[in-house]
Design a protein around this ligand. Structure first.
Ligand SMILES: Cc1cc2nc3c(=O)[nH]c(=O)nc-3n(C[C@H](O)[C@H](O)[C@H](O)COP(=O)(O)O)c2cc1C
Length: 139
């Protein structure tokens, strides 16, 4: 079993490529140490992130992330036990959805056409996981 959490948040200021890379480099090192994997999506100032790993590690990391001044309005969409990881090989996968090539991901437009897509998933955990699963690497 694995523990997973998905939350959305809003950047306090727009993050450019350098700022995102700095965030991710640090995050990947730490996640590797903590045995945490997952996926971070960014679009025009909105984040959605899946964290998966051992329960206490995931909750502890989320507590740290929640207090990060680079974002605000964190809202947990789902959390709980799952059978297996969605991204076992990714210490933190990342997609910038402002990129037109990423927008071309099959299923993307159907699920994410609305401006309020993060909160649209608040009462739709399955839809949320389906969205994240679109970004799983091919087996
Ligand atoms: C949207 C967002 C996602 C983040 N994701 C992670 C993450 O997956 N892992 C991580 O270690 N830090 C992540 N961070 C950074 C943490 O908030 C924190 O700065 C980092 O863990 C360093 O913590 P430390 O001071 O305990 O070393 C994220 C920050 C933001 C704003």
């Amino acid at each position: 079993m694995v523990y997973r959490m998905v939350y959305v948040s809003a950047a306090t200021a727009p993050l450019d490529a350098d700022a995102l890379l700095a965030l991710l480099t640090r995050a990947r090192e730490k996640n590797q140490r903590l045995g945490i994997s997952g996926l971070l999506l960014y679009r025009d100032g909105d984040f959605i992130q899946l964290l998966e790993g051992e329960r206490e590690a995931v909750r502890g990391l989320f507590h740290t992330i929640e207090r990060d001044p680079r974002h605000t309005r964190t809202l947990v969409l789902l959390e709980g036990e799952a059978e297996q990881r969605l991204f076992p090989d990714w210490s933190m996968g990342f997609r910038n959805l402002s990129d037109p090539a990423v927008r071309a991901t099959p299923g993307f437009s159907h699920l994410m056409n609305t401006p309020s897509w993060p909160t649209a998933f608040q009462h739709d955990p399955d839809g949320c996981l389906a969205l994240l699963a679109l970004f799983q690497p091919p087996v």
